[in-house]
Ligand binder design. Sequence first.
Ligand code: ZN
Length: 313
Amino acid sequence: MVRSFVLVAAMGVLVTLSLASAFTHNCAHDVVMKDVKLGTIDVALDVTAGYQPLRVVSIYSTLPADIKNTLVEQRIQSFTDTAAKKLGVSVSAVYPAGPLKFFMAGGQCDSISVPADHISTGVSNADLVVYVTYMQTTVCDGADNKSSSDDAAAYAVPCLLETGSNKPRFARLNYCPSQFKEETTGSTVLADKWRGVALHELLHALGFGNDFFSGKFAKKIAFPVTGSAPERNYSEMRGSNVIEKTKEHFSCDTATGFPLETAGGAATVNSHWSKRFVMNEVMNAESTYAPLLSAMTLAALGDLQDITTGATW
Ligand SMILES: [Zn+2]
């Protein structure tokens, strides 16, 4: 009964949103993850200080020269910084004992050359380093995005994981110019949506997605399962924190996990919450207005590192 009610309510609001929508961002996360070259680095942790606010350090020197000092650059930085700040107040981490040093043959993160000093001296005061780019790629064009004819607005992918824990330490976040140019209208509503896109992609950079949920990279995780109801190819995230939150959310003691997206195709399947259950939560597969970061997504982040309470990362 609860699920039926949610579905009806969701459909009503979705119609309203689609009329007001200037663009749709269908995430291409799984397509990108399929091709990324992943490495590992050793990271010593400073456990004496306990858990502290997560520090996502965004690198903007990887943006193209032709957008320097433009509104586009300003907005990219603003949206990304806002999203990183949101994560800082929502997620805790045990800090590395020193700078994070990039180490991968070729010195590239997802085909992006990293600054030389990130290899030699590393990046200080960082838990995750994100190289921000603005490139029209085939993924942006939708050529590899089997979920829809709509272009992707942005995508992110980790490239270096911490040895042992498989915690992402370096990642790339790419904004797609074909979609981002719409932001130059300066619309407050669009800006709100783009802040949600940035937060969504940073959460993927932190490991939210099928490859980590399924155990391919994470040490312990959720085991999506298939079944016949409530939708075809039903899957759910079964981390212990997520199960607890699901029970709470639906007031259902027998819940076994939270539903994952299975209808969107190869680009999104099992890497997002099912939109019919979460509406405008930031980790559904399409960008939305008024994106929310919920306890369910934070619980999933906690599960990625096998921590029993909170959104610790
Ligand atoms: Zn996504």
